[in-house]
Every structure is written in C-alpha cells, then in structure tokens.
Design a protein around this ligand. Structure first.
Ligand code: SAM
Ligand code: SF4
Length: 326
C-alpha cells in the first residue's frame, strides 16, 4: 500500500480508523484468536553491530552479560517449557550480524532447529543476515519463519545503525522469501522517528511480495547504556493507530505486540487487540528485556474473551509422548 494511502488512514479519526481495521480483522481472521510466541535468546550480547536501541551491541556498555550459543539441551528444555505454558511458536534469537553456511556455529544452529522442530510448535529464528544457502538449509532443518526486522523507514535507518544498511536487511528478507520460509518482519517505534517514518516502514513491509506472514511491532525498551537510553515512552494511541494501519495494509499477517508490552496497560493492550493485533510475545523474558508474566497474559486474554491459539491436531500428533497443557 502506498505511503499516501497509509497516511490518510493513519490520520483518520481514531475510532473510524479502528472500526475499519476491526472490519478487516474480522474478514481475514475472525478476530478472536491470539497466538502466543515464546522468544529465547540463544546467543546473547557481544554483537558487532551498532544498532542504537540494542543492549546486545558490543559498541555500548549496557551491563548485559555475554553468553555463547546455549547448549542444545538448555534450548530444548526452554522450548518444552514454552510449549507447556501454551506457546504455539518458538522463536530463537542470536546477537550476531549474521551466520554463514560452512561454519561450525551454523551447523550447531541447524542441529538446534532439527531438535526443536520435533516439538510441534512453529519454529522461528532470528540470526541476522543470511543468504540463499543459509535460508535453504534452515528451511530444510525445520524453520517455518525467519525474523528479520526492517525496524524503521529507509531514511531513518542510518540514524539508528551505521554498521549495515537498510538494503542489507531487505536483501536477507528476499533470500528468505526465495527459500520458501515465511517472513516475519516489523519494526520499533519510539526511537525519535516521525509518524511518517513509521508509515514509510509499513509501506515497505506491505509492498513485499508476498507480504510478511507476521509483523512484530516493538515499542522501544530504552536500555541503559545505549544511545537511546533516555528516549521517552511511546504514546499508546500512536501504537494503536499503527496496529490498525498495519492490520489494514497487511491483512493476512499476524500483527504481533512485541517488546515494550510491560509499559502498556491492560486497557491499552485491549485496544491494540481490538485494532487488529493477534499475536504476542509470551513468557517472562524477551531476549534481554522484561515481558509481562505468562499468567497475567492468559488472564487478560480470557477476560477479553479472546481465544488462546493452541497447537492443532497435526502439530499435536508430531509431539512425542509428553503432555501439552493449554
Ligand atoms: N541480531 C539479529 C537481528 O538484528 O536481526 C536478531 C536479534 S535482534 C535483538 C531482533 C530485534 O529485536 C531487532 O530487530 C529489534 O526490532 C528488536 N529489539 C532489540 N532491542 C530492542 C529494544 N531495546 N527495544 C525494542 N525492540 C528491540
Ligand atoms: Fe546485533 Fe541484532 Fe542487536 Fe543489531 S539488533 S546490535 S544486529 S543483536
């Protein structure tokens, strides 16, 4: 969808915008079900890149403890715990610029994916830059979706990152698309960008062909030690508007409330679900940031009458003998 159209939508009266988004949501999703994704940092900190929002960048002193790639057994047990708590998607993130086929670390990641994909959940990884070879091997190992956020508009991107370019991000997304994996791509708001930057970001996302399967919307978690440590919190109505425009522009995507939910009230989250959000990151930790407690999320979704998406029969049948709780 073109920027001009997105802009008209975004600036409509709030209730008109939400009503329109709600209609699109009901048409494509029946509007009632929310997916819970769990996110685990499998390799933390010490990243070569200088993304200004990120506590894992080696360019800033943030107090994050570096951790090498976690052992397979720890990842497997975290994945099983996430499944027991009700996650239907398990995402694994690594603080790397990227990974290359032929390296030992890539082989280890493939082994991890092969194991985790036996557990019946959708498997998503976010490993930074990859090309065609890596994408093909990750898909063959069992990855269902690859996350690679474009994060902001093409124009604002160089203000946030200098060690790689917006085009580098797009090139990875294209490699993921060629492999047949689903693309998960979204961004962050609250980094000092304008409303137009947010809409330019949605323009790029909505013009991918095919459109992304999921769109995470992060509110900046201002991390001490990063250049954005003092950024003010995002206004809730700005987020609601963006969720609504994302729902209209990318109707079949899961629009995911990602980082920053700890700062959003229950009422604010309810408005986001009404405006079209239908997925959340779930679990007490989000990479290195705090996330609302899993039990509080379940309570909120139940109070709102939203269905908790569960593993389907096919996914369940691929699960070995262990019990799965809702
Ligand atoms: N290194 C990989 C990459 O850059 O794609 C994967 C990990 S990176 C931490 C994944 C995403 O988390 C980023 O693209 C960004 O959207 C989000 N993120 C990281 N730090 C954040 C923060 N402080 N606040 C909000 N979102 C953040
Ligand atoms: Fe590294 Fe990813 Fe953080 Fe950027 S966002 S510093 S690439 S871990």
């Amino acid at each position: 969808m073109h920027f001009a159209e997105l802009r008209v939508l975004y600036h409509r009266l709030l209730f008109d915008l939400i009503s329109r988004a709600r209609a699109v949501h009901l048409e494509h999703w029946r509007g009632e079900s929310v997916q819970r994704c769990s996110l685990l940092s499998i390799k933390t900190g010490g990243c070569s890149e200088d993304c200004a929002y990120c506590a894992q960048s080696a360019h800033y002193t943030t107090g994050i403890e570096r951790e090498d790639l976690l052992p397979l057994e720890r990842i497997r047990s975290a994945a099983k715990q996430a499944r027991a708590q009700g996650a239907t998607r398990f995402c694994m993130g690594a603080a790397w610029r990227g990974v290359h086929d032929g390296t030992e670390k890539f082989e280890r990641v493939l082994e991890i994916v092969r194991e985790v994909s036996q557990l019946g959940m959708e498997v998503c990884v976010t490993l930074g830059e990859i090309g065609d070879n890596e994408a093909a091997k990750l898909k063959a190992a069992g990855v269902t979706a690859y996350n690679h956020n474009i994060d902001t508009s093409p124009d604002f991107y160089p203000r946030i990152v200098s060690t790689h370019t917006f085009q580098d991000r797009v090139d990875t997304i294209r490699a993921v698309q060629r492999s047949g994996m689903s693309v998960c791509s979204g961004g962050i708001i609250g980094m000092g960008e304008s409303a137009d930057d947010r809409l330019r970001m949605l323009e790029v996302l909505s013009e991918f062909d095919p459109q992304p399967e999921s769109v995470p919307l992060n509110c900046l978690m201002a991390m001490p030690g990063t250049p954005l440590a003092d950024a003010p919190p995002v206004d809730i109505f700005d987020l609601v508007r963006l969720v609504a425009v994302a729902r209209i522009a990318i109707p079949r995507a899961r629009v995911r409330l990602a980082a920053g939910r700890t700062r959003i009230t229950r009422e604010g989250q309810a408005l986001c679900f009404f405006a079209g959000a239908n997925s959340i990151f779930f679990g007490d930790k989000l990479l290195t940031a705090e996330n609302p407690a899993a039990t509080a999320d379940v309570k909120l979704l139940r109070e709102l009458g939203l269905n908790l998406e569960l593993l389907n029969e096919k996914q369940m049948s691929s699960v070995a003998a262990e019990p799965v709780r809702a």
